[in-house]
Design a protein around this ligand. Structure first.
Ligand code: PGA
Length: 301
């Protein structure tokens, strides 16, 4: 049959008093440390001994000595109070979680998908404030280096910063053209076929540009850059206005206006990359950020 010993122990407070007596080695000192009177401490110790049914200490040369049974009780008291300390910590964490701030810094192109991940998270934790910073890859790397935010989003990770990463979605880069571009009607297109096409390129510091340049270098291919433009949206509008072709993340085409754009089926494309959440190894994560990453991991499953 299960022991009902715990039912005889009066209160958790008695265990606290027991530990103070054990630590201080004297009823008098324990009473002082707990701001209690000496008789109060003695009475509580007696009640504990009565509950156990055995003495828990005795006096030897006016020195307080714990019995073996008393020492066992001390061990249990430590475990019980530790459990409460851990509970206290977890409750505090849960309370803080309800009302913290999530600082998120993301590269420009990911703005097409991040709001769709934030939506369900904010619905679940309505009191969490989100500070969302959007910049190109170079600007976002700079913020990461200075540890400005909790979590970052890249598709081309900086390789000189020690980071944790969590890949969460594919980010294919595709070629886009105006429907009247003669390439649209051609079959079996390769990179060589777009070599002389006016190309609309993202600005220096952009992750999209970084990926295109790395890809062209690997493929030993060239393009004819006609315009440099700082925005995916502006590039799309320039393509719609027949100013040239471009290569952009497929996510830029997923939401909103797509009229007037065709994806060119070029043999070597898409450029395959992945979106990742990134956070520096040397920075302790906030509870809110931890919770956000857990939420992302769970939504991937
Ligand atoms: P960008 O970054 O918006 O700076 O081009 C996109 C990416 O890193 O893929």
């Amino acid at each position: 049959m299960q022991s009902r010993l715990h039912a005889h122990i009066g209160t958790i407070r008695q265990l606290e008093i027991l530990l103070a007596v054990h630590d201080k080695g004297s009823i008098n000192q324990a009473a002082k440390s707990l701001f209690l009177t000496q008789p109060t401490v003695s009475i509580q110790m007696k009640k504990l001994a009565d509950a156990i049914g055995e003495p828990i200490y005795h006096l030897s040369n006016r020195k307080l000595m714990f019995t073996d049974i008393g020492l066992e009780l001390v061990k249990t008291a430590v475990e019980v109070l530790d459990s409460f300390a851990r509970l206290d910590m977890r409750l505090n964490n849960m309370r803080k979680l309800k009302s913290g701030t999530l600082r998120l810094s993301v590269v420009t192109t990911s703005k097409y998908l991040i709001p769709h991940l934030l939506g369900p998270f904010c619905e679940q934790f309505p009191d969490i404030e989100v500070q969302l910073n959007i910049g190109n890859r170079e600007q976002t790397i700079e913020r990461l280096k200075q540890s400005v935010d909790d979590v970052y989003v890249f598709s081309h990770l900086p390789n000189d910063i020690d980071c944790h990463t969590l890949a969460f979605m594919e980010n294919p880069l595709v070629a886009i053209a105006h429907p009247e571009n003669p390439l649209v009607k051609r079959k079996n297109l390769t990179l060589e076929d777009i070599r002389n096409e006016p190309f609309l390129m993202r600005e220096k510091g952009s992750g999209t540009r970084h990926a295109i340049e790395e890809f062209l270098q690997n493929q030993q291919a060239n393009i004819n850059i006609k315009m440099t433009i700082e925005s995916n949206e502006a590039i799309k509008h320039c393509v719609m206005s027949k100013l040239g072709i471009s290569i952009l993340s497929a996510h830029t085409l997923s939401y909103g206006e797509q009229n007037g754009l065709i994806c060119l089926p070029i043999k070597e494309l898409p450029i395959k990359t992945n979106w990742s959440f990134v956070w520096p190894k040397n920075k302790r994560q906030t509870i809110v950020a931890q919770q956000f990453l857990e939420h992302i991991k769970a939504s991937k499953q």
